[in-house]
Design a protein around this ligand. Structure first.
Ligand code: A2R
Length: 322
């Protein structure tokens, strides 16, 4: 069993690589010359890495020819919602074109690999209170360039399944967190700020954006297990939510960290640059479809996930200081 993980050097890619290796799979990952490899250094002698940019079809063809995958998990993306307002062209083109190149490369090379499209709860966008928890059948009302790019990937997956009979399963993952989460994301950013305050590296003030939105958080280790379940047993063409079914406000996440901190006092201050032009106020998903058909459900409580993320930042900051 050979699995190709695009974006292996990212947050989710490194966790998926660990999971796939534990399943006995051979792991091939794609990276760019400029990609930071710190998240996969500990796996370096157990995985193969292939250089290339997925926006370039020649790169993609070379990658597929070398990897000869049975499974493809396409994680590579411009993954940050906030940045997508500043770089809508880059977000849309990267996220759409990389996946298009993979599909076209697979067709040209006759690859029969199973493919997971990584969509997002952001695709649902504006959700009305009477639509909660959000099911896969909910209308998609995306509210950011990132969300539009994920709708594009999702529907492209459907189209290639219908047009060419490719084995494509679509996942809509709600927020997922854990060690190695990028520091631009609120959960990780708060944890980093708290760890820096504890280490005396910043004044005891945590800068925040809008604390009111709620999100349905899961642990990244549960989510990658969900992707694997979909590869093995998901129905091609179908779309599945991956979520906990429970929502936490961003404020509750912040309060959790403040409560966990060893710092004597922490002030919370709003930073206007962290506010988004339009934000999804509430997201809570239904996991009924994947749970009843495939038996997947999350197992790691968010308190454990956030504690592990805070510990991750404490360790990193200690190792930088020493
Ligand atoms: O930007 P880099 O070189 O560090 O690599 C990132 C990779 N990536 C690309 N790889 C090849 N060709 C490209 N044109 C390209 N653009 C980006 O995607 C990195 O390895 C990965 C993204 O990692 P993160 O930003 O940490 O995302 P995360 O949280 O792992 O999200 C994985 C998936 C994405 O589709 C998200 O939109 C979704 O889960 O939530």
């Amino acid at each position: 069993m050979r699995v190709l993980i695009t974006g292996i050097t990212g947050f989710v890619g490194s966790h998926l690589a660990e999971f796939a290796l534990a399943q006995g799979a051979e792991v091939v990952g794609s990276l760019r010359w400029r990609s930071k490899t710190e998240h996969v250094e500990h796996l370096r002698d157990r995985i193969s890495l292939v250089d290339g940019d997925l926006r370039d079809l020649l790169s993609v063809r070379a990658l597929l020819a070398e990897a000869q995958p049975d499974y493809i998990v396409h994680l590579a993306a411009q993954s940050f919602v906030q940045a997508s307002w500043q770089t809508p062209t880059e977000t849309l083109s990267t996220n759409a074109i990389c996946q298009l190149n993979l599909f076209e490369g697979m067709r040209q090379l006759g690859s029969k690999a199973r493919f997971i499209v990584i969509g997002s709860s952001e695709e649902y966008g504006l959700v009305y209170p009477d639509e909660l928890p959000v099911r896969e059948t909910n209308p998609l009302r995306p509210l950011s360039p990132y969300a539009v790019s994920k709708v594009t990937q999702d529907l492209m997956g459907y189209q290639y399944f219908k047009s060419y009979g490719m084995h494509i399963v679509r996942a809509r993952a709600f927020n997922h967190e854990g060690p190695r989460r990028g520091e631009t994301f609120a959960t990780s950013n708060f944890a980093k700020q708290v760890a820096e305050i504890e280490a005396g590296l910043r004044e005891p003030v945590v800068l925040v954006g809008d604390l009111k939105p709620t999100r349905d958080f899961s642990d990244v280790r549960d989510i990658v297990r969900g992707y694997w379940t979909l590869l093995e047993r998901g129905t091609p063409g179908e779309v599945y939510n991956l979520c906990s079914g429970v929502d936490w406000s961003i404020e509750r996440v912040l309060n959790f960290y403040v409560g966990k901190s060893t710092a004597p006092r922490i002030e919370v201050r709003q930073d206007p640059t962290r506010l988004r032009p339009s934000d999804v106020p509430i997201l809570r998903g239904s996991r009924e479809k994947i749970e009843t058909t495939l038996g997947w459900r999350p197992t790691i409580p968010l308190e454990t996930t956030l504690t592990d993320l805070l510990e991750y930042w404490r360790r990193r900051i200690r190792s930088r200081a020493s």
